[in-house]
Design a protein around this ligand. Structure first.
Ligand SMILES: Cc1ncc(COP(=O)(O)O)c(C=O)c1O
Length: 382
């Protein structure tokens, strides 16, 4: 059976050109970049080049890029590292109610350390209002963290606008761009961010590698301590194959992003029009226009996501209930709840996230499989 993969927000297949770069790096640059001998110097040079090209991709300087073991670690470092480094100035942090668990759980730790956390509400389309950020900040606010694009519904936040107002007030601003980098333009100055999270595996790069952009002179305490690698902010011998793979991933994204975004948006809209015509009682979740090009999240009345997911899996269609990391849990999505979607409707939600491998020819099969599964589940209930 030819499977149709519609779960690119969970992860993506690694681009073959990235695999080539990774295996060449592993074969030829295996030495420790901290070593003083020639192979070490060569590995150090490969690391320097990766810093340089990745920094250029987001409009930063090489020293402002700290490689991490993925998006979760970058989020933890941003929240815990920046809040702890400024705790003497105040203990108030502002986030949105729709952040990834890597942010929410970091905030749970900060609460135990005596920080007060404000969670901003979102509109029914999942957007934070810049005016709400303004109202939430106090004289003891040391950090604001709002994600660039949401992993479940794809809604894009007005990061540039929020960043500008925080910059005026001298408040540190972090944005989790794990879902947007490589899909939307991400320039740290245009977004007015001081800290920015990136993960590689959502954009055809390897898993377990990412980076945190840290604007020069931003106070931050490391989480991992030891040999002092990555400007002392992330000790541990660097994962050079992964880092070189990430640099290649972003090079490819730079060439393909605009055309790929247009193609995915068209595909997604054709799919949605077809679904609305074929299945009754479906409702789109997320912003109608300010949304990641490949993300289509919708709720289906009268069915449960887990049943739908199982039938679609049998039919060879890979989708998610909401976020990949909550698929196994029975907790309702905190993102849909924050958007005011009633629990009964949220319980029947699917996230389809399209990517490079998808094409127009798959659309009839996707629509037919979803319509058949919904029909079967509704029939079983009567
Ligand atoms: C918005 C967002 N932040 C952070 C992460 C975590 O990234 P990683 O899987 O690289 O740890 C993800 C991945 O699901 C994500 O979607």
């Amino acid at each position: 059976m030819q499977r149709i993969y519609l779960d690119h927000n969970a992860t993506t297949p690694v681009d073959p050109a990235v695999i080539d770069v990774m295996s060449e790096t592993a074969a030829h640059f295996w030495a420790n970049p901290s070593s003083g001998h020639q192979p070490g110097r060569q590995a150090r040079e490969a690391l320097r080049l990766a810093h340089e090209s990745i920094a250029a991709f987001v409009g930063a300087t090489p020293a402002e890029i700290v490689f991490t073991g993925g998006g979760t670690e970058a989020d933890n470092l941003a929240l815990l590292g920046a809040a702890r480094a400024r705790a003497h100035e105040g203990r108030h942090v502002v986030i949105s109610a729709v952040e990834h668990h890597a942010i929410l759980e970091s905030c749970a730790v900060l609460r135990r350390e005596g920080f007060d956390i404000t969670e901003l509400p979102v509109s029914p389309h999942g957007r934070v209002a810049p005016g709400d950020v303004q109202k939430a900040i106090r004289k003891e606010t040391v950090l604001v963290s709002i994600m660039h694009a949401n992993n479940e519904v794809g809604t894009i936040q007005p990061i540039g606008e929020i960043g500008a107002l925080l910059r005026e007030r001298g408040i540190l601003f972090h944005s989790d761009a794990a879902q947007s980098i490589g899909k939307l333009p991400v320039q740290v100055d245009a977004l007015h961010v001081d800290l920015l999270t990136c993960s590689s595996h959502k954009i055809y790069g390897p898993k377990g590698v990412g980076f945190l952009y840290i604007r020069t002179d931003t106070p931050i305490a490391p989480l991992l301590i030891g040999g002092g690698q990555e400007q002392g902010l992330r000790s541990g011998t660097e994962n050079l194959p992964g880092i070189a793979g990430l640099a290649e991933t972003l090079d490819i994204a730079a060439q393909r992003m605009a055309a790929e975004g247009d193609a995915l948006r068209r595909l997604r809209e054709t799919l949605w029009e077809g679904l609305v015509g074929a299945v009754s009682g479906v409702r789109l979740n997320g912003h109608p226009t300010e949304r990641l090009p490949g993300t289509l999240n919708f709720s289906v009345e009268g069915v449960r996501s887990s049943d739908l997911l199982a039938l679609l899996d049998e039919a060879g269609i890979c989708v998610s209930a909401s976020a990949a990391c909550t698929t196994e849990s029975s907790h309702p999505s905190h993102v849909l709840a924050a958007m005011g979607i009633p629990a009964e409707l949220a319980a029947g939600t699917l996230r389809l996230s399209l990517g490079r491998a998808n094409g127009e020819e798959e659309i009839p099969q996707i629509i037919d499989s979803i319509a058949t599964a919904v029909h079967q589940l509704r029939k079983n209930q009567t």
